[in-house]
Design a binder for this molecule. Sequence first.
Ligand code: PMP
Ligand code: GLU
Length: 395
Amino acid sequence: MNQLLSERILNMATSATLAMAAKARELKAEGKDIIGLSLGEPDFNTPEFIKDAAKTAIDEDYNSYTPVDGYAELKQAIITKFKRDNNISYQPSQIVVSTGAKQCLANVALVMLNEGDEVILPCPYWVSYADIVKLSDGVPVEVVTSIENDFKMTPQQLEAAITPKTKMIWFSSPCNPSGSVYSKSELRALADVLKNYPNIYIVSDEIYEHINFVGGHASMAEFEDMYDRTITINGVSKAFAMTGWRIGFLGAPEAIARACNKMQGQITSGANCIAQRAVITALEASPTKVQYMIDEFKVRRDLILGLLKDIDGFTCNTPEGAFYVFPDVTAFFGKTFNGTLIKNATDFSLYLLEAALVATVTGDAFGNPNCIRISYAASQDQIIEAVNRIKKAVS
Ligand code: PMP
Ligand code: GLU
């Protein structure tokens, strides 16, 4: 008998972030007072000036299919943004606008990977990387980093992970889930290793670029010798509080960008017309227009770090960007609650959901089974209440 579903989907893990968010929503609908710290999504509203641009676009009858790779004016705004913020020069033929940075990543994997190609993923990595790579017949190669090194991959670790099958390396800085930010000199040290392997490509996921508490975001494509081998991914979901608008974009060597355009042309066509018009306005604005959100994220980072420090068993690095803490919780493994043994981070995260009514995400989903991810994109009151509940639950 024919099997209903493909091996492809049967072998794929469900996105743990989205699954936990759905579970939290379900429990809330049942009347449970859940604090959702699982989903990485700003709790701010999209700024008024961006919403106004979308309203104008509707009134101006932007309703037709868009060019597959994005409106020319949006591509121009992206080019200006890359030059202004990252000192990277792209031509329009090197830019592709997609339905979220997630689609940019999927496009890149689908157009670049052949069966057995290895993709180096410094752990912890963003939840969807490994499954997007596997979907594209690639093989994720995890490089385990340590909390002592702020969860950053060292040049030695990179060198050791490279094999003749290595096709790419994917990483995010600021990192989801660890909040680590690679400085320019740290990126240069990784580039110095890659210099000796001219066939390895780099996916530099910079979606948290602006949510950076140390100032000074660095991009791999800034380095002249990496430019032709780097795919720079970015988007508006995080910095502009536009997760639901679904616009992401990439800058890449032309052949890769054209291939992404071709892939997208068969799968989704161009991204939403109204959202694209609004994003032109978002990107043309000075990044200082969204500084108030970043300032608030920094206050919350300090708040949650301070509160977690008071709980025995939580060990945190100091995140320098994004809006997550990624504490090591191994101290709780082997403990029993109501007859249930907490064996790993997944059990611990489920325990917090049940006993503290706080939704977090297991580190397993990010390639690190010792940690859990807590999003602090929530109000200060919610953060205080959530950590209080966690403290009670583990005491
Ligand atoms: N990369 C990273 C590191 C992320 O955290 C996210 C968040 N969803 C994405 C990519 C995808 O973003 P989006 O599809 O909303 O643009
Ligand atoms: N990037 C967010 C997160 O990591 C959104 C969820 C998702 O797209 O998986 O929680």
